[in-house]
Design a protein around this ligand. Sequence first.
Ligand code: FAD
Length: 439
Amino acid sequence: CFCQLSGKIDDCTCNIDTVDHFNNVKIFPRLRSLVVKDYFRFYKVNLKRPCPFWVDDSRCAMRFCHVESCEEDEIPVGIKGATILQRSSNGGGKEKYLRKANEDCAAHHTELDYLNKTISETDQKNMELWAAHDDALDNFCDIDENDEEAEYVDLLLNPERYTGYVARYAGPSAKRIWESIYLENCFRPKKSFNFNPYIQSGKLNELCLEERVFYRAISGLHASINIHLCANYLLSDSNGMDLVDPSGRWGPNLEEFVRRFSPETTNDEGPNWLRNLYFVYLLELRALAKAAPYLEKEEYYTGNDSEDWETQMAMKDFLNVVKQFPEPFDETTMFRNSEQAEKLKYEFKQHFRNITRIMDCVGCDKCRLWGKLQTQGLGTALKILFSGKFDDIQVGSSIDVNNKKNFQLQRSEIVSLMNAIARLSTSIYKIDDFRHMLR
Ligand code: FAD
């Protein structure tokens, strides 16, 4: 069976079998119960930003592309943020959140005052100092949590599944997005450049490690998105469209899975794309292990004390399991041993930021939502691994989370990272389902 994968995962130290077992038995069940917690289910996102690269001509016509954003009273009070809370007259349990927000603000202002002063004495050195303090420079994503047009979306009410965002219903949009990602934003083998946007896996050894990592991460994410749409396919529609099963329900579509991943229909590439899913999963898992000391101390504040306590305990338990997995991916081998390392790191970041911008060109709102969330999650993992800010926090070290200067993650980064790893984990679990069905 083509999806009965085995052996070592390329550019990693572990085997597929080990990951399958570890994920399906330990990680997947924990993530499944974690992402339904209030802290993780509400994601703030702007789905209205125009496409910055081309005229946005193809909105998905399918009703399954629609995303319902939350009414204000549906969002837990602690999540809404300081602005809304300040507007509200009754304090109560919200004081804690306000105090925290004010402290963060005060610390930020002191820092800005200092930087303003040094910048006014301008010279090149001070400019560099300013740049070093600018958090945005560490980000691999072009997503602004304070965007005024951003709205909260309940992820549980808008699940990732088949939407009909395919050429038949939405024109060439989806194809154009993937083409632009691979052709213009992935690193490509120089000697064998051609106009086929999709790199053959055999050519990957012409790329350096960092470039391969970039490609595998994107391809793994692409595989995961497509596995989800196969696993939650519209088996029938009341309008009689796409009738695979006349009883009307969502569920796995084995034929679609085989079409998308079997060697026969993908020029032998499908199994490699599945292997790339395991790769990006290990990359995000490593980021979680690295940021574990920080994430263990996060409050996961929603304003509901018992829910928050449960989330903190569940996160601790989950992170303990993550830490048991021995060094799934060694990021320290990247961006070294080369005079070009800094330049390469800069390009790596710019390419990835561009991909997060391309998400504003996705013509189906549901796909855009999950595309944005998963690229932000991957971007957060890259930030943890490569910004250098998390290098000093060793597992078990006692760190002061209130001192956010060194390792600050915004709420939306934590939410996207956890949901992104949950999506990848679910995909690996679903491959196992398809394996059973094929048998
Ligand atoms: P596509 O998946 O569009 O792929 C185009 C080409 O890329 C293929 O022909 C193949 O040569 C190559 N390719 C395919 N997989 C890989 C891989 N893993 N690695 C490298 N190369 C590959 N549809 C939904 O129904 N629900 C969703 O939630 C959803 N979310 C999306 C999110 C984003 C950001 C995008 C861009 C698209 C999303 N789509 C979603 C659409 C879906 O991914 C497909 O694009 C669509 O179903 C059309 O599929 P296709 O068979 O034309 O091949």
